[in-house]
Design a protein around this ligand. Sequence first.
Ligand code: SF4
Ligand code: SF4
Length: 275
Amino acid sequence: MKTAPKPRVGIFGLTSCAGDQLMILNCEDELVALAGRIELLSFGMASSASFQGKLDLAIVEGSVCTQRDLDTLLEIRSRSNALMTIGTCAVWGGIPAMRNELPLEVLQEVVYGGKPLEEVSLEKAHPVSDFVPVDFAVPGCPIEKEEFLRTLVAILQRTSPERHDYSVCSECRINENLCLVRHQGLVCCGPITAGGCKARCPSLGIPCYGCRGPVDDPHYDATAELFDEHGLSKADVINQIQRYSAPAWVNQHLRAEWARDPERKGRQRVSDPSS
Ligand code: SF4
Ligand code: SF4
């Protein structure tokens, strides 16, 4: 009896710290088990072998910051049936997109003293979905190993990967943590951030920085009320998220949403970078 060919998979990196690819490498035992079910044909971090043929699934880490990133991404997408983004940089723009607040020439002058760069930078750093269709996304900085493996197995089984349509706060409550906003007056982005990390940071007493991006249908008003009650402004929240990651979703969602509320805008405690 003829056996079905194994799905051909490639793992690629654009501009990133490669932390998500490292997380995949750390799935040693699980990767050995998966090796019988997939053909891993490209994985620059594990092997220098380069496969140029058709892929069933391309897994892409990193944001699109340079012309080379963009060319690489378009080439990968053109020969892949499906594409999965992994990590906050690929899904939301991540840390590289912090530079989007400033003109490229200013950054080049400050960081590189105006020297010509070998790489042609794009004006802004982008999530992968700005340029090509994305079929599956696993956010996180870095990704959660179990979530990545569950998503990959669901794709291989042709079932729908699990979606996290609940916030980090929900997981924080399951862990029976004392709320850092209510009890310590800290800025924590858990109410508007997608769960799936088991409230990793608040469980260690560290506020959430929103690395997983927005939860479906974030309750901005209720969150703003909560922060207001504790003397925290929306600017505090925006600053918190921008400092670490996911400025793209702040730009696309949070700012637009709160900018519609002139009354709340007038109650800002510190200067709002969106105004
Ligand atoms: S705001 Fe932060 S600390 Fe409070 S419940 Fe939500 S995730 Fe936990
Ligand atoms: S708690 Fe927030 S910042 Fe920490 S891993 Fe989860 S989503 Fe990311």
